[in-house]
Design a protein around this ligand. Sequence first.
Ligand code: ATP
Ligand code: MG
Length: 356
Amino acid sequence: MTPTDTLPIAVLHGDGIGPEVVPVAVAAADKALAAQGIRAVWQDLPYGSAAIDTQGSAIPSSTLAALADYRVMVVGPHDSAAYPQPHRDAPAPGAVLRKHFGLYANLRPARAIPGVEAMAPDIDLLIVRENSEGLYADRNMLVGSGEFMPTPDVALAVGLITRQASERIAERAFAAARARRQQLTIVHKANVLRLSTGLFRDVCLEVGRRFPEVTVQQQHVDAMAALLVRRPADFDVLVTENLFGDILSDLAAELSGSLGLASSINCSDTQVMAQAVHGAAPDIAGAGLADPIAMIGSVASALDWYGTAVAHGGYAAAAQALREGIAATVAAGVRTADLGGTAGTGEFGEYLCALL
Ligand code: ATP
Ligand code: MG
């Protein structure tokens, strides 16, 4: 056993369907890793509404302190709209995590699951979204809250783009493209937002010179939205700023099946957080109906990230086994209600774990 054959993983169940889908993802990943000779050590930490009750905060400082020691975290959704005050108006716990740990990259793959109806069955895309800047005030690391109202009738939002943040996201995107189909599309709006998204584009082009094997093209974000619908299979990796990436990744997720299947990771150079794109789904929470696919896929992506970080092929193999297991479970007709099936969350998990 080498040190990289044991992986401590922090688990934050979160709210709504989080405590239903997260344990399924944990159980499946545990089996997939074990099959590669890797022992995962799972540590639950207080988070979300349960943590408000026991620790007085949805994201307790003890949880933040403990997470500093973990390279891999699995994080369920939060339903901050349902929190009692003052917690409801506090920064959302997911945003606190991204900001506190500087998780500057949001990677959102979009790929159809064989047998699941999709508008774009041949889409196979990775959206690399800058996660720390742009117009998103809550995670803006330099200007704090980037929104303000100089008068009650005027609101301003500051969009921040820096060379440093553009460079690190571009490096991550080009490295991902090199490992995939060697195609990268820079998405910007430099015909209008000339200085800010223009800087983003220019820095991406500069970084691209260090990756000669990757073919680079660029699109304005509005044209990109149209092209994703028209010919989604023509794109491999997209790199873009925060807001554009948020919108395009929802579009890509719907094209590849549904938002309920969409996985994502947030990462820095040292840590990765698996977090499904969907929210807490309060309308179905507690009923055992939630689809765990997005959460499992997110954990698979986190294992890919970790395997690359420690140069250990077992993690990518476990991730691939999870994705193949999801496809095989769905193909066997074990589907939750969102995919037109009758299986519950637990039943899906049991079938998948038996395959693994
Ligand atoms: P947030 O603001 O946290 O992103 P949201 O308003 O976008 O939340 P979700 O919680 O993602 O909403 O739910 C949107 C719809 O998708 C709901 O009807 C919900 O039941 C459904 N949904 C979300 N996730 C799943 C899932 N894993 N399985 C089945 N249905 C889901
Ligand atoms: Mg949402």
